[in-house]
Ligand binder design. Structure first.
Ligand code: FES
Length: 198
């Protein structure tokens, strides 16, 4: 009985010690995270505009930056990619983006300021998953043989073309959103503002 009592005491001490280490560990993990956010990073997280250097973005490449906690894709579209857009106008749900998922300056066939450069929020307009790129035309990347290239949302199968336009009869109700943005120079984009120096 007394042996049993000693064992319980030992176990209790072990449990208390583990809990204390766990507690200290949690606090220690939180402090560096909070203090590592510089004022500019905190502003970014809160929604400040984000300046992006696109000078290294080659034709056919895509980069992702974070704005207001959302992924924003910047895609330097090749002529081949752009050539698919007019061919798909009967297959996409809202070819002219009548539902206003972009600022007025991107309301055109390419949904962009510069024809080759697409800037779009990479969040599916159905339930918010992040679509994946399926740039290769045809069935090599698991798409149908007549696939022209674009994006597939793996959650419920919505597909989007190289202008972020959703295909007909898919769960996503609208095209991908184009965020406000402006060119500060040929190779610098400000995402989150549309006025230079604003
Ligand atoms: S969240 Fe993209 S298809 Fe449902």
């Amino acid at each position: 009985m007394s042996n049993q009592g000693k064992m319980d005491c030992g176990r209790r001490r072990l449990i208390v010690a583990t809990a204390a280490v766990g507690g200290v560990g949690t606090v220690a993990a939180l402090i560096p995270f909070v203090s590592s956010l510089l004022p500019s990073e905190r502003a970014k997280a809160a929604g400040a505009p984000v300046e992006v250097d696109i000078s290294k973005l080659e034709p056919g490449q895509m980069m992702t930056v974070e704005w207001r906690g959302k992924p924003v894709w910047i895609i330097n579209r090749t002529k081949e990619m752009l050539d698919t857009l007019p061919k798909l106008k009967d297959q996409v749900a809202d070819p002219q983006s009548e539902k206003e998922q972009q600022p007025a300056y991107a309301k055109n066939e390419t949904r962009s300021i510069k024809p080759e450069m697409l800037v779009v929020v990479g969040i599916c307009t159905h339930l918010g998953c992040s679509p994946g790129s399926k740039f290769k035309p045809g069935s090599d990347e698991g798409m149908s043989a007549d696939w022209q290239g674009g994006f597939l949302c793996p959650c419920h199968g919505s597909t989007f073309d190289f202008a972020g336009r959703v295909f007909k009869a898919k769960p996503a109700p609208t095209n991908l959103e184009v965020p406000p943005h402006v060119y500060l120079a040929d190779t610098r984009i400000l995402i989150g503002e549309d006025k230079k120096g604003a």
